[in-house]
Design a protein. Structure first.
Length: 287
């Protein structure tokens, strides 16, 4: 269930942008997050099926990585999980259809299909980019791009007024999160020839790039506040917390997979990615 946060907050952020422009419906809110729940199930189920062999090699998994382990632990057969993934994908499409009907446009349904296609390209043939390289970029597009746009478009009816500076920040945060969660799985990814960012770049460089992305996100957040895009005073606390998380990451550089230090580094990096999404959403709802 912790993976639901990665989906809930981007969807919430998109709807918060629409709310700040006077467009909001509680029924759309509920259907958006019902879609988010189905999308989470599809993501977890499908990735577990696609990564079963790699997960069996993984002895350094954490709460942030390594899959749900239900196949590795023989709690469910692969065929059952594959069927559950297909059902979840169908439920995503149905939720997208309802959002399209409410908003009187096909945009939400198109975006839902885009999210499903991105995940297919990430995990399955013929592309299977999580193994060939570029999986983190697909995660960035899905989490930082598609999900906020689904939330915004479902509430607003068009993308004409969406805040592209906020969307840029979302993409940076999503990429940082995707790269940081690849770190614990680097040994098993290397064994299975999965070209995650930690394998391609090496763990040391990957950690530094995560910190660099977070630093860029931090300065963007500060610029938004200085230019009046965010007026919520509670954002000062978010900024201070992000700064503390960033420095904790600096202190924990070069930890090895399987170590407590790397788990704390990943936890701080993931928290850094999620805090601005939560803070900005709250700021837009209270503006």
């Amino acid at each position: 269930m912790p993976s639901q946060v990665y989906i809930f907050l981007p969807l919430l952020m998109g709807q918060a942008m629409a709310f700040s422009q006077g467009a909001f419906s509680w029924s759309v809110f509920l259907i958006c997050h019902l879609y988010g729940f189905f999308m989470q199930l599809f993501t977890v189920f499908a990735n577990d099926v696609a990564d079963e062999d790699t997960d069996r090699l993984n002895s350094t998994y954490t709460i942030f990585s390594g899959g749900s382990r239900v196949l590795v632990d023989n709690a469910l057969p692969s065929r059952t999980l594959s069927s559950a993934a297909r059902v979840s994908a169908l439920l995503c499409v149905l939720a997208g259809g309802v959002l399209a009907w409410i908003s009187s446009g096909w945009g939400p349904l198109h975006l839902v299909f885009s999210g499903l296609i991105l995940l297919w390209a990430y995990s399955f043939e013929p592309l299977r980019l999580s193994y060939r390289g570029g999986g983190e970029l697909l995660q960035m597009l899905g989490v930082g791009g598609v999900l906020p746009m689904v939330g915004y478009l479902a509430q607003h009816g068009s993308l004409s007024g969406i805040s592209w500076p906020f969307m840029g920040l979302m993409l940076l945060l999503a990429l940082s999160c995707a790269m940081s969660t690849s770190l614990p799985d680097e040994p098993s990814d290397r064994l299975s020839r999965k070209k995650s960012s930690s394998v391609i770049l090496g763990s040391r460089l990957n950690q530094r790039l995560v910190l660099a992305l977070n630093a860029c996100s931090f300065f963007l957040l500060v610029l938004f506040m200085l230019h009046g895009l965010i007026s919520y005073t509670g954002m000062y606390l978010i900024v201070l917390l992000c700064l503390g998380l960033w420095f904790s990451g600096v202190l924990l550089l070069d930890q090895r997979p399987g170590s407590l230090g790397l788990s704390i580094f990943v936890a701080s990096s993931v928290s850094f990615s999620l805090l601005p999404m939560a803070g900005l959403s709250l700021a837009l709802f209270l503006a």
